[in-house]
Design a protein around this ligand. Structure first.
Ligand code: GRF
Length: 183
């Protein structure tokens, strides 16, 4: 049974799925860099310890980021799953945890790294779109690909329609990968 920490910044639908579909892994902590992240409700619901390191009147975002990753390094989970965590993981941390930090990205990498992937895929008139689970390296969405899932991109697709189709794929793929890596 591998231990996993999940890092979020917002809605947390992937976190919820990872919690619901955990077979071979156990989520032992949730971290957020946003105090208002909606996903924190799922950590509460599943009674998982959660930690918020958000910019406040006392500490800058950068100071809080340093503290978050110090705390996470001390916890030392087997795997670290980024799930909508909107911040760059520090290089020294990546080097300390080789092949243990995983991300889900809403595009078929190496196409469309970065933000606004769905609209960019529509604009590029792609025939298909999807999501990628990959190891995190020092680049933006450049780490080794572990698994992908794809769906058709329809000519009439809006950004929202496409995003919700891809999100369904994300919710299948991410727990599947974590269960496989933990088996
Ligand atoms: C997902 O689309 C994920 O691929 C991307 O950020 C989004 C997070 O959504 N990295 P949620 O917070 O898991 O609902």
């Amino acid at each position: 049974m591998k231990t996993v920490a999940v890092l979020i910044s917002g809605r947390g639908s992937n976190l919820l799925n990872l919690l619901e579909c955990a077979r071979n892994y156990k989520i032992i902590a949730v971290y957020s860099n946003k105090a208002e992240a909606l996903g924190l409700q799922y950590a509460e619901r599943f009674q998982i310890p959660y930690f918020i390191f958000a910019k406040n009147t006392e500490y800058s975002a950068l100071e809080q980021k340093t503290k978050l990753f110090e705390h996470l390094a001390n916890l030392n989970p087997d795997l670290i799953a980024l799930a909508g965590f909107m911040s760059i993981v520090p290089t020294d941390f990546i080097q300390k945890f080789p092949s243990r930090i995983i991300n889900i990205h809403p595009a078929l990498l190496p196409k469309f790294p970065g933000l606004n992937t769905h609209q960019r895929a529509i604009d590029a008139k792609e025939k298909e779109h999807g999501c990628t689970v990959h190891y995190v390296d020092e680049g933006i969405d450049t780490g080794e690909i572990i698994a992908q899932a794809s769906c058709p991109l329809l000519p009439e697709d809006t950004e929202d329609a496409l995003a919700s189709r891809v999100l369904k794929l994300e919710h299948q793929l991410y727990p599947e990968v974590l269960n496989n890596l933990s088996a």
